[in-house]
Each structure stands twice: as structure tokens, then as C-alpha cells.
Design a protein around this ligand. Structure first.
Ligand code: AMP
Ligand code: ZN
Length: 131
């Protein structure tokens, strides 16, 4: 499903910061294919290639931020916008009866791609605590 951005926003490949050799920067720029779900000025969302739930979408800031622990004060709004994009997608997919937004931080959490991303997981019962 493709959701158009607010106010007829037209997709762009321009990033504030493009990091060479970053998988998600290349996906945002269209250099590596992805199943795009949503895009606006600040955020980009696409289907996870190895879904762990019926809905498993990754929401990333267009600007390269390595991870939550590296984020700066002036990136707070961008991080918040990623979560609001997740909430919008969850609303559009009618999974608001239960979904989860997850940020893996650091190698012991399972973070494998070092461009910050919010996982949106839903469409099934979710156990707590996560493993
Ligand atoms: P994390 O382990 O939190 O760093 O999450 C990285 C996520 O990126 C994993 O859930 C992977 O399945 C997903 N992933 C890796 N490569 C791709 C890709 N080319 N397209 C979409 N998702 C990907
Ligand atoms: Zn990046």
C-alpha cells in the first residue's frame, strides 16, 4: 500500500545528510529498491524485508542518524516525527488495537543497520516483555 504525503508532497531523493555505504540512505535515495509505504519531508517508511508480524514497516529519518544513542538535541523533532509516521501508518492499516514501535539500540539489542529506524510491528498479538 502506498500512502501519499501531506499536501501533495512530491517524493525527493535529497537528504540533509547522505552517508556513503549506508543501506538505508541508499534505500531513501532509490539506489536500492524497497517497498515504499510512505514518504514525507522528514521521514521515509518501507516494508521490512524479513517481516516479523503481518505489519512490519521500518520508519527512518531521511537525514542519516546512526542510532538513538548518537542522536543530538536538534534531532529530537525528527525522531518524534518517525514515531508519528508510525502512528499514521498504523491508523491507515487499522491495527490500532495493538501495535508496537521499537528502536533497537546497539549491537546487543540486535541493531544491525546503523541508520536509526523505528520498527512498526502489528497485526497479531504481541507478547510482553519482548525477548
Ligand atoms: P535492526 O536489527 O533493528 O537494525 O533492524 C534492521 C532491519 O532491517 C531488520 O528487521 C531487517 O530485516 C531489515 N532490512 C535489512 N535489509 C533490508 C532491506 N534491504 N530492505 C528492507 N528491510 C531490510
Ligand atoms: Zn543512512
Amino acid at each position: 500500500m502506498s500512502v501519499s504525503g501531506p499536501g501533495g508532497f512530491s517524493p525527493t531523493t535529497t537528504n540533509d545528510v547522505f552517508m556513503e555505504d549506508c543501506l538505508f540512505c541508499k534505500i531513501i535515495a532509490g539506489q536500492i529498491p524497497s517497498k515504499k509505504v510512505y514518504e514525507d519531508e522528514h521521514t521515509f517508511a518501507f516494508e521490512d524485508i524479513d517481516p516479523k508480524a503481518p505489519t512490519h514497516v521500518l520508519i527512518v529519518p531521511k537525514k542519516h542518524i546512526r542510532g538513538l544513542k548518537e542522536a543530538r538535541e536538534d534531532e529530537a523533532e525528527t525522531i518524534g516525527r518517525c514515531h508519528l509516521t508510525a502512528a499514521k501508518i498504523a491508523r491507515d492499516r487499522k491495527i490500532e488495537d495493538g501495535y508496537r514501535t521499537v528502536l533497537n539500540v546497539g549491537p546487543r539489542s540486535g541493531q544491525s543497520v546503523f541508520h536509526m529506524h523505528v520498527h512498526l510491528l502489528g497485526g497479531r498479538d504481541l507478547r510482553w516483555p519482548p525477548g
